[in-house]
Ligand binder design. Structure first.
Ligand code: ADP
Ligand code: MG
Length: 384
């Protein structure tokens, strides 16, 4: 981030449309981040790109500005398709596009599962110019001939490695089959493992890579701690002891399984701790409500499964607690990247047992980073 601040990049240099530029400034962006400065012109040039930059550096801004720059406002057909893994991210992205395109004439639609199919079809009849969606529902709408892909010029994958991984791969493959061969494809993520790079060459056209090295990928500005709890069963009490500390800010507590999450939630609420929770089996409406309460600061402590490990951007969120270490190393960096957005300070606390220590050391060496034992004065790190 330091480097980013030193070199004064400007949105004025990017040859953007006047009405888009105006939207960017009125949204409050003053200067582009590095990834925005590099990716926007490449997207505008129509090339395929694979862009990797650490969490919180403005990848959403990069692809939304690029997509809006490419958009032909007077052509009333679907030109841009953005795919993202969760409803929450789709909604977040569409809010950003709505803001940035405030001075443009653009139609935008969210296409996600769990919503009324009839209404979805009805709205698609208007041929929204930009569609942001989750892969399953988007494919469903394409196959039902409600969503037309023949005029799509730009296809963007946010959290691309997740989008191209096991659960989504088939849908993505089918979606890609339906778009014109000339459609530009853009991949964005903080993490892009080699096998995903390999896979991407199969359907992309000579992609330009914007990649930062893995060593640079650890999260500057996020201080990482652990508490060794010896035995799993004691974690709950340690979490309660942490309460006074974690109450100073907004906090997400990650728990690996839904069942464990519900168990902790029930115990905490029985003891009158004000917590909320989210996981993939809540209804679409419930998920939306939980997120709105959390974003508005109405609720401050959120228990979550990895449903929210990626992409969610809540600026006041300064603390992430891993009640369990995540199963994959990639997930670790995504989870703790929920704090420390856009150069802010953040803290993560990992609750580990003796048996986790080895794995935690592996994570440290994988990211070439340091996770220190949590000190007494943890409050000092949190009160910024
Ligand atoms: P990423 O997807 O890379 O993790 P996001 O796109 O979610 O990051 O952006 C992280 C935060 O940074 C958001 O709150 C966003 O509003 C802010 N941000 C992005 N670009 C800029 C910019 N050019 N100037 C100021 N803030 C920005
Ligand atoms: Mg993101």
């Amino acid at each position: 981030m330091d480097e980013e601040n030193k070199t004064k990049l400007s949105f004025d240099d990017l040859n953007l449309k006047e009405n888009l530029l105006r939207g960017i400034y009125s949204y409050g962006f003053e200067n582009p981040s590095k990834i925005q400065h590099e990716a926007v012109p490449k997207i505008a040039s129509g090339k395929d790109i694979i862009a990797q930059a650490q969490s919180g550096t403005g990848k959403t801004g990069a692809f939304t500005i690029g997509a809006l720059q490419n958009l032909k406002e007077d052509e009333k057909n679907t030109q841009t398709l953005i795919l993202s893994p969760t409803h929450e991210l789709v909604h977040q992205i569409s809010e950003v596009i709505r803001e940035l395109s405030n001075y443009m004439d653009v139609s935008i639609m969210e296409v996600v599962g769990g919503t009324n199919v009839y209404e979805c079809r009805k709205e698609l009849e208007k041929n929204p110019q930009i569609i942001i969606g989750t892969p399953g529902r988007v494919l469903d709408m394409i196959l039902k001939k409600c969503l037309f892909t023949d005029k799509i010029k730009t296809l963007i994958f946010d959290e691309a490695d997740e989008i191209l991984s096991y659960g989504f791969k088939d849908s993505i493959y089918q979606i890609v089959q339906t778009i014109p061969e000339t459609t530009q494809i853009c991949l964005f993520s903080a993490t892009i493992p080699d096998e995903i790079l390999d896979l991407s060459t199969k359907f992309m056209n000579n992609p330009q890579r914007i990649l930062i090295k893995k060593e640079e990928l650890t999260l500057e500005g996020i201080t990482q701690f652990y508490i060794n709890i010896k035995i799993n069963d004691w974690k709950f009490d340690v979490l309660k002891d942490l309460y006074d500390t974690i109450n100073v800010s907004q906090c997400i507590i990650y728990i690996n399984s839904k069942n464990k999450l519900m168990e902790i939630y029930t115990k905490l609420t029985n003891e009158n701790f004000p917590v909320s929770y989210i996981h993939g089996e809540l209804s679409s409406v419930e998920r939306k409500e939980v997120m709105e309460n959390f974003r508005s600061g109405h609720s401050r402590l959120l228990l979550s499964t990895d449903l929210l490990s990626r992409g969610i951007d809540v600026q006041q969120l300064s603390l992430v607690i891993n009640f369990d270490l995540p199963k994959s190393k990639e997930t670790y960096i995504h989870r703790i990247g929920r704090s420390g957005r856009y150069g802010r300070k953040g803290v993560s606390i990992n609750l580990v047992t003796d048996r986790d220590m080895r794995y935690m050391e592996e994570i440290e060496s994988f990211y070439d980073t340091k996770i220190s034992e949590m000190p007494q004065n943890i409050q000092d790190y949190l009160s910024v």
